[in-house]
Design a binder for this molecule. Structure first.
Ligand code: TXA
Ligand code: MG
Length: 318
């Protein structure tokens, strides 16, 4: 089933494939013209580096020769899975992949099809398979929406997690999370016995992880946080509410009778799983705004995906 896709990749063509987070836009990580095509296809700025996807330790060693004890612990515990690690890069790794930084991002995805593909085609660079600035694809249809019906996509239904991997820089201490994902800071700290920093968007972070400075994940509709005082036009607005509420509190928070409200009732896995699809749906249905209930700071510790959800929604709304 994968043969024709492996052939395309070996010829230097692009193939979109499923991972457990979102669909990736794959290209041979050792083929410069293929890597170039990734940037062209997405309309991605050249200073935003790509993640190399691997399926063995030998493949990791093609891209870095500095695997620290902490790195080894994290790899043993979280790979294959939704954690991208940033290593010092080895000489010879294409500058175009790393945007000429001296580090390289590597991830071993968990989806069986991605593992099989990489095992047979070799290491692949793979950004999310969307046009730059659009929400990441969680279904093959989303990839086709952005790249056209004839674009080669390995179809495998909806991706499981729905938000991109956690990006953790372990190339220097203190370790820093540039992008929160399904693997939380707390889980990482437990494995290595060290504190990690959550870096907010800033000039110094932008220099080390250029992706953080770009707007991401944005539908056409305006994304905003919903407060009890937010004014909205009911007909034009799509609502996403996440908490379980009852009584008087519920009346304040469910001010509209409209059918265009999704209640997650504390199911953050489901909210993450379908967030980008809801963004795209709201556009198809012509909504002008998507209003989302804010997270309380006390919430963020209670579920690993809350930081990731808050990060993506904040970026979409900025
Ligand atoms: O879940 C995921 O990670 C998905 C699937 C397809 O694996 N991929 C993905 O790739 O989200 P992309 O290109 O959309 O996001 C990669 C992020 C960007 O924010 C980029 O700036 C950062 O990783 N990154 C890549 N290489 C880096 C490096 N050497 N140093 C710092 N940040 C890096
Ligand atoms: Mg992306």
């Amino acid at each position: 089933m994968l043969n024709k896709y492996i052939e395309l990749l070996k010829k230097g063509e692009l193939v979109a494939f499923p991972t457990e987070t979102v669909y990736g836009l794959g290209a041979d990580a050792w083929n410069l013209s293929a890597v170039k095509k990734v940037f062209e296809q997405k309309g991605r700025p050249a200073d935003n580096p790509l993640i190399v996807h691997v399926s063995s330790k030998e493949m990791v060693e093609e891209f870095t020769d500095e695997i620290s004890d902490d790195a080894q612990k994290l790899m043993n515990h979280f790979w294959p899975g939704p954690l991208t690690l940033i290593f010092p890069k080895k000489a010879g790794v294409l500058d175009m992949i790393t945007a000429a930084l001296d580090t390289v991002a590597i991830r071993w995805p968990k989806h069986p099809l991605s593992q099989e593909l990489i095992a047979l085609a070799g290491p692949l660079v793979a950004p999310s398979a969307n046009s730059s600035g659009k929400p990441s694809p969680t279904k093959a249809e989303h990839v086709k929406e952005d790249f056209g019906n004839d674009f080669p996509v390995i179809e495998a239904g909806e991706t499981d997690i729905g938000l991109e991997s956690t990006v953790l820089d372990i190339s220097a201490e203190p370790y820093q999370i540039y992008r929160p994902g399904a693997v939380s800071a707390g889980e990482i700290e437990k494995i290595i016995g060290k504190k990690v920093r959550m870096t907010q968007t800033s000039k110094s972070t932008a220099a080390k992880s250029p992706g953080t400075k770009y707007t991401h994940y944005s539908p056409k509709a305006e994304v905003c946080w919903l407060h009890p005082t937010t004014s909205f036009n009911e007909k034009d607005t799509f609502f996403l509410l996440h908490q379980n509420r009852s009584g008087r509190e519920s009346a304040i928070w469910h001010p509209v009778s409209a059918s265009n409200i999704i209640h997650y009732r504390g199911d953050y896995n489901r909210m993450a799983h379908e967030l980008y699809d809801r963004f795209r749906q709201a556009d198809h249905q012509g909504f002008k705004r998507i209003c989302i209930e804010p997270f309380k700071s006390t919430n963020t510790a209670t579920h690993p995906l809350i930081s990731a959800l808050e990060n993506r929604i904040s970026k979409a709304s900025s």
